[in-house]
Structures are given as structure tokens and as C-alpha cells.
Design a protein around this ligand. Structure first.
Ligand code: FE2
Length: 228
């Protein structure tokens, strides 16, 4: 089966393109087109969050690993290539599977971890990068999650010298604007099939292996930069 549907999900629409490394990984694992579309939507929102931080919260932005957020958003659900039922229903098997998949392709652990931790943001040691990936994975479809937003507002307040309520208000303005675009993102995602696998020739679904012909760069995050 060709990867035409996945190619369309990765290339169509005005959503920002995924980092090249992330798109290559999705093709390599035979990701369903719906997964590719979902990652496009979440990645686009993550970049919007980062752009806003750069302009409105330089103190926090200085301490954020932008490439990690970009790559994390672009790959966080890659484990759903192995558990496609979790694209349309509940389930957490994709989380650890996604991290293992990324590690098997040589992705460094500090970038692969987003696949395992994106649903586990409510930990005391959650990094701001993890919070931002989960925030993007929430607000892309217009969902607002007060507890998560408070955690981000606390980081914002500490970095910018603001009261938490003030940081929360500024963040709320941004998230309201981003949520206004949810219908378009949802419609884009819904155009692509959930279950149709786009398996490349020679790929064994039971035993994913790294493709020798396409080695990853030492730091996939470097390739994640040009998404604007
Ligand atoms: Fe997601």
C-alpha cells in the first residue's frame, strides 16, 4: 500500500510542516494518515505557543528547549502507529510503545520521553517542555484544562515576575485565540482515515527496525527548528 494518504496528511493544509526527522519517522513506521494529521495539528499549536513565549514571555522562553517542544509535539503519539485503535478510542499502550519506537530509531531519550509522558503531566517534576507539549495536545481541539494551565501559569509567573493570576490571564488570552482555530484543525484531522496503514515496502510491523539507509542526524531536535 502506498503512503499517499500519509503524504497528504503531512503536506496539505496551511498547518506548519513537521520537522523533517519527525515526518521521516512517521513514514518509516507506516503511521496511519490520521496520526500524521493529528501530529500536524498539535505541532502547529506547539509552535504557536513557542512564538508567543518568545514575544510575550522572554524570561520563560530563554529557559525553554524549543527544539524539544517542537519534536515532542510532532512525535508524541507515534506509538499509535502500533496501537491504531487508540487514535479513535481510549488507551495508554501507545505511550511507552511510542518511546520505545523512537529509541529504536536512535532518537535520544530526552526527546523520546514526550511519547511516554505526554499524558502524565501532573507530576511535581514535569518540565516546562512537557507541560507545553501537553498543553498543545489539549488546546489544539479547543479543550481547556484549568489544572494544566495553572501549572504553566505558575512557571510563567516565576520567570516573568508576575502574579500567578496575571500570568494566567495572559495565557488565557492566548489559549482562547488558539482554541478559536480548533474547528479547522479538527476538520483537517477528520479528513484522514484512522485504520488505513501506509506500510512502506519491506517494513515488518512486528519487528520495527531502524532503516540503515536513512540514518537520523545526531540530534533530531536540530532538524526540528525550521518549522515556521
Ligand atoms: Fe495527541
Amino acid at each position: 500500500m502506498s503512503g499517499e494518504e500519509l503524504d497528504r496528511a503531512l503536506e496539505e493544509s496551511s498547518l506548519r510542516p513537521l520537522p523533517g526527522t519527525a515526518a521521516e519517522l512517521l513514514r518509516a513506521v507506516g503511521a496511519p494518515a490520521r496520526l500524521g494529521a493529528h501530529l500536524r495539528a498539535v505541532h502547529d499549536v506547539a509552535v504557536q505557543l513557542l512564538e508567543w513565549l518568545g514575544q510575550a514571555a522572554p524570561g520563560l522562553a530563554r529557559g525553554v528547549d524549543r527544539n524539544a517542544v517542537v519534536f515532542g509535539a510532532a512525535t508524541h503519539d507515534i506509538g499509535k502507529a502500533q496501537f491504531p485503535g487508540e487514535l479513535s478510542g481510549p488507551g495508554a499502550q501507545h505511550e511507552r510503545a511510542g518511546e520505545a519506537l523512537l529509541l529504536s530509531y536512535g532518537v535520544p531519550g530526552d526527546l523520546a520521553k514526550f511519547a511516554a509522558l505526554h499524558a502524565d503531566w501532573d507530576r511535581a517534576d514535569a518540565t516546562v517542555e512537557e507541560l507545553l507539549v501537553t498543553l498543545a495536545d489539549t488546546v489544539w481541539k479547543g479543550r481547556r484544562w484549568a489544572g494544566l494551565e495553572e501549572r504553566v501559569a505558575e512557571r510563567l509567573a516565576a520567570a516573568e515576575g508576575l502574579a500567578v493570576w496575571e500570568a494566567f490571564m495572559r495565557l488565557d488570552d492566548l489559549l482562547t485565540r488558539i482554541a478559536d482555530g480548533a474547528d479547522g484543525r479538527l476538520a483537517f484531522q477528520a479528513r484522514f482515515p484512522v485504520h488505513e496503514q501506509t506500510v512502506p515496502p519491506g517494513y515488518d510491523k512486528k519487528r520495527p527496525t531502524r532503516r540503515a539507509a536513512a540514518p537520523l542526524p545526531p540530534s533530531p531536535g536540530n532538524a526540528a527548528g525550521g518549522t515556521g
